[in-house]
Design a protein around this ligand. Structure first.
Ligand SMILES: Nc1nc2c(ncn2[C@@H]2O[C@H](COP(=O)(O)OP(=O)(O)OP(=O)(O)O)[C@@H](O)[C@H]2O)c(=O)[nH]1
Ligand SMILES: [Zn+2]
Ligand SMILES: [Zn+2]
Length: 355
């Protein structure tokens, strides 16, 4: 939860700093087992923390904000999160409109670090080149540091833009919009120059999407490896795909429910390792469905290629499942054929009018 991680915005940092100052002024003594003067508030006195009577287990997500921030009230944490996410959602809606206008299917790949997102993307791009050669595919790569993953993607021939988030633990919609405007293959405009200007608004009437090329394509967004925060950030994608590898344990959907609840598809990766690890596939699927009864599941190995066909099928038919991305994933041959038929129709109409 990013209000806590400190990646939310400057207001948060400033507020936290001032709260910390206030707290530092509140030295107080008390008489339980460590009776020294100290600087932290009593957890037990906070109404948003629930304590299990039998074990003493602490649950910090029991308040209105579902999260505890040192020095910040539940109401304030809740408000702050609403402000930050509200701003993000405005950018996300803009991205979504933009993707739809370009006929692009955008998929947001989320997982813990090392589940195999980049390996899967490289294998996916190669498989798509076989299945639908000519279908534009591009990647936005998110990591805290390095451009290693974008370099791996570019080696496949697909264009990629790396976003380094610094201390940030997730991609946000504005970052994705900025990166998308720099992706040449998916983003042909007759007004490219304007895209360097953040305040440029596609929807201000004078500058509509009418001059965009609607050639379709797929945009993969590899989020920062983090099974928690990216769940709450809408990037304008058609769907979130959560990747879980069999080395991580089958209980992850229950432990990190937000991510599995937000995803339309769970890719269970590294199934080539099943003989060597203790991992109950059926139980994992049951847990995922408990959190999200509608989640779809594909089992595969990005390394060996086993199960990849089902994943590619899912991508190629995704346009039917996500309204607004109808043009996406449509093979270019089909798009060209439709354009040719429309041109023929125009000629026929003109002839009829002449007669
Ligand atoms: N055995 C096996 N190893 C895999 C598979 N997919 C990925 N790996 C390995 O898992 C490790 C991590 O893979 P990456 O593709 O870098 O994972 P990632 O999710 O992109 O990692 P981050 O970007 O750091 O979050 C690498 O050593 C891969 O070779 C698979 O299907 N089977
Ligand atoms: Zn975070
Ligand atoms: Zn990666």
């Amino acid at each position: 939860m990013c209000v806590v991680c400190g990646c939310a915005n400057k207001e948060k940092t400033d507020q936290s700093a001032s709260h910390e100052k206030e707290l530092r002024g509140q030295h107080h003594d008390h008489d339980h087992f460590h009776s020294h003067s100290h600087e932290h508030p009593h957890p037990q006195s906070e109404s948003h923390i629930s304590v299990a009577a039998s074990t003493g287990d602490l649950h910090y997500g029991a308040g209105a904000a579902n999260v505890s921030v040192p020095g910040m009230s539940q109401a304030r944490a809740f408000r702050l999160e609403q402000n930050v996410l509200g701003e993000n959602n405005r950018h996300a809606n803009h991205n979504r409109d933009h993707f739809v206008e370009h006929g692009i299917l955008a998929l947001n790949l989320v997982s813990s670090p090392g589940s195999g997102k980049t390996t899967l993307l490289c294998a996916t791009i190669e498989a798509l080149q076989q299945r639908a050669s000519g279908l534009p595919v591009a990647v936005i790569e998110g990591d805290q540091q390095t451009s290693n993953d974008a370099d791996r993607i570019r080696a496949t021939g697909a264009p990629a833009i790396q976003i380094n988030t610094g201390k940030g633990c997730h991609l946000d919609a504005q970052m994705v919009g900025d990166a998308f405007s720099r992706l040449p293959l998916l983003h042909h405009h007759s007004h490219h120059a304007n895209h360097s200007n953040r305040s440029h608004d596609h929807h201000d009437g004078a500058d509509t999407h009418a001059d965009h090329d609607r050639h379709g394509g797929i945009l993969f967004i590899e989020n920062v490896g983090n099974l928690v925060c990216p769940a709450m950030w809408d990037l304008g994608e058609a769907a979130k795909v959560v990747i879980l590898s069999v080395t991580e344990g089958e209980d992850k959907p229950l432990k990190y429910p937000d991510m599995f609840a937000a995803a339309q598809l769970m890719v269970l990766n590294k199934i080539d390792l099943l003989p060597y690890v203790q991992f109950d596939v059926a139980r994992c699927i049951a847990y995922a469905r408990r959190v999200n009864p509608r989640i779809q599941i594909v089992q595969l190995s990005a390394s060996t290629g086993e199960g990849m066909v089902a994943w590619i099928d899912w991508i190629m038919t995704a346009n039917q499942r996500f309204p607004g991305a109808q043009e996406s994933a449509k093979p270019p041959a089909l798009t060209e054929r439709i354009a040719a038929l429309e041109a023929e129709l125009l000629v026929l109409k003109a002839r009829v009018e002449e007669a």
